[in-house]
Design a protein around this ligand. Sequence first.
Ligand code: NAD
Ligand code: TYD
Length: 366
Amino acid sequence: MKFKRNIIITGGAGFIGSHVVRLFVNKYPDYRVINVDKLTYAGNLANLKDVEDATNYTFVKADICDFDTMFALMGQYNVDGIIHLAAESHVDRSIKDPFTFARTNVMGTLSLLQAAKLYWESLPEGYAGKRFYHISTDEVYGALELTRPDGEPPYGDEFFVETTKYNPHSPYSASKASSDHFVRAFHDTYGMPTIVTNCSNNYGPYQFPEKLIPLFINNIRNRKPLPVYGKGENVRDWLYVIDHARAIDVIFHNGKDAETYNIGGFNEWKNIDLIKVIVKTVDRLLGNPEGSSLDLITYVTDRAGHDLRYAIDSSKLKKELGWEPSLQFEEGIEKTVGWYLDNQEWMDNITTGDYEKYYEEMYKGR
Ligand code: NAD
Ligand code: TYD
């Protein structure tokens, strides 16, 4: 079958990637979607069970750092679009093992860029009709102040905009910042049609349970402590993952070359307030007396270099491309908690074995 477009999505077996793959496979039956994923601890093909037999879906197990394989894939599938999500994504892991983050996030992105460059430049039409779309994070901008810590959000007067100066603090955000620079350099130096987007914290189904929301839902279910870093006063801006996937669809198709778009939902929460909402929702859905799991909240040593506040201004994306979040947070969190409680097998398959050992090690001494 001849496809209208042939798109590589890297990291498609991970949390956000699996939602992007699902959306593209279902919405565009005339596109071939090639999911390139190394299947690290964070990659899980169970996230894509419902699309694995689709005729327009292909899975390739490969490391983005393997330049020869990336270059071969470009030609084998006549790739004209790349949506790049593969990355090491957890800040706490980056503090323990920064090398892996530099390797995958920086060298892996560079390997993919160079493979696309050599392939596209070898074609008669060159870069015409091509797109390299890099998915990044708001964490590259650093941290904002809490100038209005009390009362209702927003908790500060400043927001991250597309022109905010990069100021990453963690090895994770430093590696993502570096990869963003390489993507822009390939546009400026070689004329590659690139786009970068920087998104706020995502939540929703299929997130690996080392991240705050799925970790806490699972710990409440198992009556385990909920480790709150520091005083729980850090602020994050939360977006439902399917709204991020919708934004990626809109930007991949309608975004302008060389542009940056910030993606976020104007939805700031102090960690401790968010945690209380999670506890309340899990207790209610499990039929526990309201608030009965609040006693699991345990304040632990803060994360080193813990960024105080992230807050995205996504008005450029709304104004130029008409994207807005579709879900209110209350609805999103209800769906999310419900999904994890209904999919305990998915969770149990991940949280047994090696992960259990990792988790004990990670929280030792906190
Ligand atoms: P994730 O950790 O859930 O998934 C990452 C995926 O990449 C996994 O499937 C893993 O197997 C794959 N991968 C890792 N190293 C690889 C390699 N060398 N070669 C091929 N595949 C490899 O991550 P996520 O939360 O879905 O994040 C996806 C992207 O979105 C990342 O680039 C991240 O920086 C960015 N992002 C995430 C968030 C968030 O809140 N999760 C917010 C903004 C941006
Ligand atoms: P996380 O989900 O790791 O995302 P990020 O660090 O990329 O924002 O963490 C979200 C917030 O929750 C962050 O401020 C750190 C905090 N946190 C805890 O307090 N306890 C935990 O066990 C985890 C994983 C995170």
